[in-house]
Structure formats: C-alpha cells, structure tokens
Design a protein around this ligand. Sequence first.
Ligand code: GLN
Length: 194
Amino acid sequence: APRIGILGLQGGVREHATLVESLDAQPVQIRKPADLLGPDGARVDALILPGGESSVIDRLARMFGLDVPLKELIGQGLPTLGTCAGLILLAKNIENPAPGQQSLGVLDITVNRNAFGPQVESAEADLATEWGAIRAAFIRAPQIVSVDGVDARVMARFGDAIVGVEQGNVLGVSFHPELTGDTVLHRRLLELVG
Ligand code: GLN
C-alpha cells in the first residue's frame, strides 16, 4: 500500500489519516525528518499538510528541521496535498503573515490567511471543481488572492474566490475535505502517486 506522510505537528491530522486508511493507503505521521523514511529507508510516497494554525505549524516544522527536507522532497516531485493552513505553508507569498512566519514557497500563489472574515468564519458548501464535485468545509479559510505562475492551475472557486489550485505534483485547497469525509482530493493525490 502507498505510504502517505501526514505532517503531524499540529491541527487536523487524525481526520486525514482516517480518510487515507479508507482508501487502502497507509498513513504515516511526520514529526521529524527521519519519519519521512520508512524502516527500509524508502521515503513516503506522498505528503499531506493538514489544516490548523499555519504560523504554529511553520514554527514547529522549522524547530524540528522539517522545512528543508519537505521543501526538497516536494521540489523533487513528491505528490503533496495541502489543506487550509497546509495551503498557506505551501504558498510562495503570504499577504498577511504572522510575525516571523515563513512558508515552503513551492506553490506559485499569494494567499490571504483569513480572507473570509468573521462573517463567514465557517461554512460548508458543495463545490463544482475541476477535480469533480467536492463537499467542502471552510474554517477561518485562506483565500488564494492571485496565481503568480503559469504552472499553477485554478481548480476550484467558492463564489468568486479561488480556493483550489494544482501545480505539477502539488494540490492546494483553502478548505477541509477531510472534515466532510470527501475523498476526491485524496484520490487525486493517490493518482499522482501512480
Ligand atoms: N487561518 C488559519 C491559518 O492561518 C488556517 C485555518 C485552518 O487551517 N482551518 O493557519
């Protein structure tokens, strides 16, 4: 079974693991660089960066020395899905970072971290996306304010807002598919594993 590394520092890790298991893949919690390699030294087959608080995940990832290997592996083509805070971690530009907040910079987009504001703190919606129909949960969701490279394709919108992109091996969405149990993006990730 493909081994799917889930960055397990903070946030919605368990829900992603449950979805991965339901698709007959094996979730692997990533908390330190060695977790990216299996007992046989083979690296994970894909990565998921979950939602949570992006500034906290960023700080912990750098503290545990995960930022460099993550950036390298994703740059080398490891299939990767970022949801909500995970999308912010992938983004090249953050419009409104927390003090000192950095990102992996592997997705050519600019994000606004809390774009939808308190009036839409949280919402569920059925989205018609380029990946297929998705039941999405938005929780203090970031918005993709611009796509800054020709390689990043807009895949999903919520009203006028861009909420999903795909760039080569990288999938990023503003919302949480794992909270509604929607498997479309996880199946797309497994498809990229091949
Ligand atoms: N706005 C949050 C952040 O900056 C993301 C919220 C979420 O992941 N549900 O990380």
